[in-house]
Design a protein around this ligand. Structure first.
Ligand code: FES
Length: 113
């Protein structure tokens, strides 16, 4: 098992899982567009961008494709992550909605901020 921190919440998980998978499992909302659990992530839309800290380095990554690692610190709503999403549609930018592609067969869900 490895331990990481997402938005201040310490979480234990198995290695090899993505940040998005673990966040969702613990009720932490990260908006997505191109991700679908039935497919391999290809990190095309970048709507799921979060800021991660590994040692002294902080950077933006696509949470749907970024693997969890021990001692990783994740910020889903940091200023940098919010700045990155300025080019996104308003609802997605405010991270209050998950956009579901029509081909997925799922019903779009609006979540509270
Ligand atoms: S959901 Fe599209 S890049 Fe992660």
């Amino acid at each position: 098992m490895i331990t990481l921190v997402i938005d201040g919440q310490e979480i234990e998980t198995a290695p090899g899982r993505t940040v998005l998978e673990v966040a969702r499992e613990h009720g932490i909302h990260i908006p997505t567009l191109c991700y679908h659990e039935a497919m391999e992530p290809f990190a095309a839309c970048r709507l799921c961008v979060v800021e991660v800290e590994t040692g002294r380095v902080r950077r933006l990554v696509a949470s749907c494709a970024y693997p969890c690692s021990d001692s990783l610190v994740v910020h889903t709503h940091s200023d940098r992550a919010w700045s990155w999403s300025k080019g996104m549609p308003a609802a997605a930018r405010e991270r209050t909605v998950t956009v579901v592609p029509s081909w997925s067969g799922e019903t779009p869900v609006t979540l509270p901020p």
